[in-house]
Design a protein around this ligand. Structure first.
Ligand SMILES: *Cc1c(COP(=O)(O)O)cnc(C)c1O
Length: 438
């Protein structure tokens, strides 16, 4: 049997002392591109008046073209952030105040907030306990006369169950918005995610696989939705006489414009996406292989779809590596296990985020003013369920089961993965002491 030192949790030596290197791949390419934009003196190509400049500068258009080609969609709209993109996407659908959008409660906060930003109501469907993505059966159970759209997330880089979700949307005449912030170039049954929905949204914020600091893009095949997004991006109400659109309500133009500096960084970053994904997926596959030896202690992500274990041409891009902890096997709670690993200097986290309806805004219904709008109003008399416990699978993952790690990321190598595995072995070898002391 291997000998292990005293746990760092109880004063022993840590396994890892060094901080992890930042995962951003930024080099001369971005620097030179930014310098060229600075030299051109055009830091943003936008003007809020009719004409070519209404649609942004050269680099913005170039970034949009890359997305149109990669995703084989008619329109790409570069935008200031994915949050702005999600808001523009919801607003482009011209929903009425109080309309309902079904959404996952297990995501970055902006996913659901973007719905509230357009005076609409997020209705939370539960997630699948094994894929962590929104559950089609739960979606169907949440549909009411007020439901207008489904907003789904490909969480952690794993594609949502698009086949079923598309079927439900078609049957009930609902629009689909895909939040692809964590899943650039993930695939679902051979088709790239972001090419399924009526609209899809990507993020380039500092922590995403490729970054422009802040930034995002919206994709759609629909001419009218695309134009509406562009109007919402750039003070659209001032040019409504100039662009022919059927419905003008909901066009409150924000300033969601992307600068040329961000766009030129985005163009360079996109060239690195394939190799970054490949790097991360290789590390994730290595981690999966290593974690398998702990048997039923962990539930591991499938490479492809959950049903066929990788044969269906689906692709997880492991923006975050998720796995589940079986506390029955160790007799300690996940959070104790996490605490022991964190004390060793290892990057593991419990629960991801709390179910979004736990947030104060939903608990106190105080998005706008104090009278409950948009959750309660003359526009919608349905009673929304934001009770703690409303989505049991999501609650269970948050409280007891899910562990995430960002370790499967460039420029980490197998060495970092081996350290994590060693840490897990060390904690497991010291279970008796942990149980005695905690
Ligand atoms: C990061 C993220 C967002 C928000 O992206 P920003 O560009 O920071 O606005 C939205 N949804 C998901 C799932 C995310 O991970």
């Amino acid at each position: 049997m291997k000998k292990f030192d005293k746990l760092a949790l109880f004063g022993g030596k840590k396994i890892r002392n060094k901080p992890y290197k930042p995962p951003q791949m930024i080099d001369q390419k971005e620097k030179k591109a930014v310098m060229r934009v600075l030299d051109s003196k055009e830091l943003s190509g936008f003007l809020a008046s009719p004409g070519k400049k209404f649609f942004g500068g050269k680099k913005v258009q170039e970034l949009e073209k890359i997305f149109r080609h990669t995703y084989k969609v008619k329109h790409a709209i570069a935008i200031q952030s994915a949050t702005a993109g999600l808001h523009a996407a919801v607003a482009s659908l011209d929903l009425e105040p109080g309309d309902e959008v079904i959404v996952t409660p297990y995501s970055m906060i902006a996913t659901a907030t973007s719905i509230v930003m357009h005076n609409c109501i997020p209705v939370f469907a539960d997630v699948d306990i094994n894929t962590y993505n929104i559950c089609p059966l739960s979606i169907e159970s949440k549909i009411t006369k007020k439901t207008k759209a489904i907003m789904l997330v490909h969480l952690f880089g794993y594609p949502a169950e698009m086949r079923e979700i598309m079927r439900i949307a078609k049957k009930h005449n609902l629009k689909i918005i895909e939040d692809c912030a964590q899943a650039p170039e993930a695939y679902y049954e051979g088709k790239i995610v972001g090419a399924f929905g009526d609209l899809s949204v990507f993020s380039f914020n500092q922590n995403k696989t490729i970054t422009t600091g802040e930034g995002g893009v919206v994709l759609t095949n629909d001419d009218e939705l695309a134009l509406r997004c562009k109007l919402i991006r750039n003070h659209g109400e001032v040019v409504l006489d100039n662009y022919k659109i059927k419905k003008i309500s909901g066009i409150i133009g924000y300033n969601y414009r992307m600068t040329e500096i961000e766009a030129t960084i985005g163009v360079e970053q996109y060239k690195k996406l394939k190799s970054l994904n490949k790097w991360n997926i290789n590390l994730a596959n290595y981690l999966t292989k290593k974690l398998k030896k702990f048997g039923n202690l962990f539930y591991l992500p499938a490479n492809g779809c959950d049903k066929c274990k990788g044969n269906c041409k689906s692709r997880h891009v492991y923006f975050i590596y998720p796995f589940k902890f079986n506390s029955a096997i160790t007799g300690i709670h996940r959070d104790v296990f996490i605490k022991a690993l964190q004390a060793e200097g290892l990057p593991v986290f419990g629960g991801y985020v709390r179910p979004l309806y736990h947030e104060k805004m939903y608990q106190s219904l105080t998005a706008y003013g104090s009278r409950g709008f948009p959750f309660k109003s003359e526009f919608n008399s349905n009673k929304q369920n934001y009770d703690i416990g409303a989505c049991p699978n999501c609650e269970e993952l948050y409280k007891n089961l899910l562990i995430t790690t960002p370790i499967c990321k460039y420029p980490n190598t197998k060495k970092e993965i081996d350290e994590l595995i060693f840490g897990i072995e060390k904690v497991l070898a010291n279970l008796d002491e942990i149980k005695k002391k905690i």
